[in-house]
Design a protein around this ligand. Structure first.
Ligand SMILES: Cc1ncc(COP(=O)(O)O)c(C=O)c1O
Length: 381
């Protein structure tokens, strides 16, 4: 019979317990030694590790097909942990303009640390080799990109990275492991804002990095050193989200396709990016590297001005005007006024985001309700 006080009769709980302990009693010094020498997977202090967090890490690793995973406080903590762990003064990193705006803020800090940054356009991804420098040690990309949902060929990016021995890091938040497995396509590591579709309910913040065993050790060290360990409550909410992740991802993709096909027919939508549309410039590559659909993210231009886009959003009754994405509810925002606000105006325009561009994250509502909502709001313009 189990001696575990949580399971006195040996029957395991269906849900990983929320272990809300900061510290753990050592039974004896030999146990302490085994933990600190890494001989056993024991626990000492929450900043180092936590069993509820560890359970979620193993589940995300299984989803991404990685040897292990490091979960942390937010998606930006995950990105920053990767930068701090693998970049040093004098290195060059290639960033795409079309990545989550928070990375631009971190890039300002990286520059202060003497890291050289090359910004390129997602449309230039096929010419990636042209931008490589002998000191390029990392290529960081999202596909589909945020916010324009452009598609970058992950296998081609890896071939380019190999020319200079650079590490290829892919943020898989938009695609999710339901549609895309970057490690299989050649990425060295995969980042998630687990705040988004993995959690899925707008009620937790978390980040995840799916990695090899060796990179797990490196990133684990960074996390415990800087203190970006996720709390056990959020880890438990994330585990709950993961239970319905596949169902939600399938529905978001089905809705995404239906909504994009409708938007493509509306004359008030002047430009539309959704990789599931045959007319989309990224469709061919997306069809090669994504599976089971193309997700719930899209972006489009509304009318002729930002006022048109604002009036359209104010007219929506089902879709929420809010940032974030990958949630049960459909969410829409104007990136110029939200996720990209911090970028200097000339940079915001540089890669094709317009003042009237909107980013839509389709949720799991009935598709016809979403199409009706978009139709009535566009009809008022
Ligand atoms: C693609 C992508 N990566 C990373 C992040 C940052 O995640 P978090 O908000 O959890 O820090 C976001 C946030 O919107 C995102 O969209």
């Amino acid at each position: 019979m189990s001696q575990d006080p949580l399971t006195p009769y040996g029957n395991r709980p269906m849900v990983t317990p929320i272990v809300n302990a900061v510290n753990y009693e050592y039974r004896d010094f030999e146990v302490l030694r085994k933990i600190t020498d890494g001989e056993i997977d024991g626990y000492t202090y929450h900043r180092d590790d936590n069993p509820t967090v560890r359970a979620v890490e193993k589940q995300i690793a299984a989803m991404e097909g990685s040897e292990d995973c490091v979960v942390c406080t937010t998606g930006m903590a995950a990105c920053t942990m990767v930068y701090l762990s693998y970049l040093k003064t004098g290195d060059n990193v290639i960033f795409f303009h079309d990545i989550y705006g928070g990375n631009y803020k971190v890039s300002l800090i990286l520059e202060k640390m003497g890291i050289d940054i090359t910004w390129i356009d997602a449309d230039e991804s096929s010419k990636l080799e042209k931008y490589l420098k002998p000191n390029t040690t990392m290529i960081f990309l999202e596909t589909p990109t945020n916010p324009l949902c452009k598609i970058i060929d992950i296998a081609a990016a890896r071939r380019a990275a190999d020319k200079v021995g650079a590490r290829l890091v892919v943020d898989n938040t938009f695609a999710t492991p339901y549609h895309q497995l970057p490690l299989k396509l050649g990425a060295h590591m995969v980042i998630h804002s687990a705040t988004k579709a993995l959690g899925g309910h707008n009620d937790l913040m978390a980040g995840a990095i799916a990695v090899s065993k060796e990179d797990y050790e490196t990133l684990w060290f960074t996390r415990q050193a800087i203190g970006t360990t996720l709390d056990a409550y959020s880890a438990s909410l994330l585990e709950r989200g993961l239970k319905t992740f596949e169902l939600r991802a399938a529905k978001m993709a089905e809705n995404g396709q239906a909504v994009a096909e409708y938007l493509a027919t509306n004359p008030r939508v002047s430009r539309l990016f959704y990789p599931g549309l045959k007319s989309d410039p990224g469709h061919a590559i997306a069809s090669k590297q994504m599976h089971a659909g193309f997700g719930g993210m899209m972006s489009f231009d509304v009318g002729r001005s930002q006022d048109d886009a604002k009036r359209f959003i104010c007219g929506l009754k089902v879709i929420y005007h809010a940032v974030s994405l990958g949630a049960t509810e459909s969410l829409i925002c104007i990136p110029h006024l939200t996720t990209m606000l911090y970028l200097p105006p000339e940079r915001r325009a540089l890669f094709g985001v317009k003042e009237n561009s909107v980013r839509l994250s389709v949720g799991i509502e009935p598709a016809d309700r979403l199409v009706e909502d978009l139709k009535q709001a566009l009809g008022k313009l």
